[in-house]
Design a binder for this molecule. Structure first.
Ligand SMILES: Cc1cc2nc3c(=O)[nH]c(=O)nc-3n(C[C@H](O)[C@H](O)[C@H](O)COP(=O)(O)OP(=O)(O)OC[C@H]3O[C@@H](n4cnc5c(N)ncnc54)[C@H](O)[C@@H]3O)c2cc1C
Length: 388
């Protein structure tokens, strides 16, 4: 196996790193404080192709990145601003990609050009107040009415909710049919009957614009059904497999950011007349963190390779996301400790990194549910069906 990046991947990585250092890093603190990503940054990222990352060059003029290059993009963004990385990830992974994969030619032609330009940001609305881990129990309904469906329900935790121009909304077209009665819809922000709630006041990821959306007889044309009636849950699950891998790339970036802040601090901070880096316990913190980061990197790149083989990688993506969220939070926590009291104040980025890292064990399926998926694969070999 060749573990090196190809020339193209290395070139992309450098380009992403330069953009993140030059354009994102200087704004990261402000994004956290003001709780929004400046539209100019979104515009610049769109000009660089970040919002059409997975869309092929032909015929839609996207960036056409391969899976690993896409993950490198999220990793580099995650190294500087997790909120920006999440915004770009949700748009590409959870909105653009399902349209690309499951959409009709008309839907692609209608939505992708504006999405690539960042003129329509995408969002993914699956979770509801009473349907989180048990997403199939969602109660938003879509009833046929002439050439349209009327959608009624409430969607919570919609990342990009406040800035989105288009939402992938999951609703029941056949409430008696359980998961098989769920349909995915492409819903425009200006749909009559759709209302966007205020931004959630979150612990971290302050720039992520997480909102509730309310659907009150929201009229969605039948041509906006994505992937056919009754296929919504399958679309959600396959999208979430890829999303778990993508969010793991952000986790890797977050861990690397915390690590570089902590190791630099340890090499500069003096106590007892010497740099704290000369103390064995600090070396252990740094060495252990480095080992975890390198292990995560290899798992991430390997999962990208698996995904590209076209085989099912549900358990592997679940395992990766658990690992990435735990490494990101553990390294961030350790590097707060390396900073001593200075890790507990907002003057140092590690405080923000720690808060941002905390979200990763919840997003794209909680780690508890993902462990059930992994156990399901293991016990299937013994003829047991494991359910959450
Ligand atoms: C920052 C952030 C961004 C998000 N963005 C989006 C988004 O863009 N779109 C979207 O649709 N959703 C989004 N979500 C929602 C996220 O997917 C849900 O929060 C998650 O699925 C958990 O649902 P819940 O919060 O209702 O928790 P619950 O499902 O109520 O779970 C509560 C606790 O119980 C545990 N639990 C539940 N059932 C079981 C079980 N069977 N076995 C063991 N443990 C169990 C859970 O693991 C968790 O620890 C986001 C969440 C966050 C925090």
């Amino acid at each position: 196996m060749d573990f090196r990046l190809t020339e193209d991947q290395e070139m992309f990585r450098q380009m992403f790193a330069q953009f993140a250092e030059k354009e994102v890093e200087p704004l990261a603190e402000e994004i956290d404080k003001k709780e929004e990503i400046p539209p100019e940054l979104i515009q610049k990222a769109a000009e660089q192709g970040f919002f059409g990352a997975l869309v092929p060059e032909e015929p839609y003029y996207g960036a056409g990145l391969d899976t690993l290059s896409y993950l490198l993009m999220l990793e580099e963004l995650g190294k500087h601003c997790a909120s920006t990385a999440l915004t770009v990830h949700v748009h590409n992974t959870l909105a653009t990609r399902p349209i690309l994969q499951f959409g009709t030619d008309d839907q692609k032609e209608k939505y992708l050009p504006d999405m690539i330009m960042g003129e329509k940001i995408g969002a993914f609305a699956l979770t509801e107040p009473d349907a989180g881990s048990d997403a199939a129990s969602l109660s938003t309904v879509a009833a046929e009415d002439g050439d349209s469906y009327l959608l009624n329900g409430t969607k919570t935790w919609v990342s990009n909710g406040g800035i989105a121009g288009v939402y992938i909304v999951f609703a029941k077209t056949d409430p008696e049919a359980g998961a098989k009665g769920i349909t995915a819809f492409i819903v425009d922000r200006d749909t009559p009957g759709l209302k966007v709630g205020g931004r959630e006041l979150t612990l971290g990821l302050h720039g992520a614009s997480i909102t509730t959306i309310y659907l009150d007889n929201a009229r969605v044309p039948k041509e906006n059904v994505l992937g056919g009636p009754g296929n919504g849950f399958k679309i959600a699950l396959s999208t979430l497999d890829f999303a778990r891998m993508a969010v793991s790339a952000i986790g890797l970036g977050i861990a690397e950011h915390a690590f570089s802040e902590g190791s630099r601090y340890a090499s500069e901070r003096k106590q007892f007349g010497v740099e704290i880096a000369t103390k064995q316990v600090i070396q252990k913190y740094v060495a252990d963190s480095w080992m975890k980061i390198e292990g995560l990197r290899h798992s991430l790149y390997h999962t990208a390779w698996l995904a590209d083989q076209g085989e099912r990688y549900t358990a592997e993506a679940a395992a990766l996301k658990v690992m990435a969220s735990e490494v990101a939070f553990d390294v961030a926590n350790t590097m707060v400790q390396v900073h001593g009291g200075y890790g507990f104040i907002k003057e140092y980025p590690v405080e923000r990194i720690y808060r941002d890292a905390r979200a990763l064990s919840i997003v794209e399926g909680t780690n508890e549910i993902l462990r059930v998926i992994i156990a399901g694969k293991i016990f299937a070999e013994y003829g047991l069906k494991i359910r959450p």
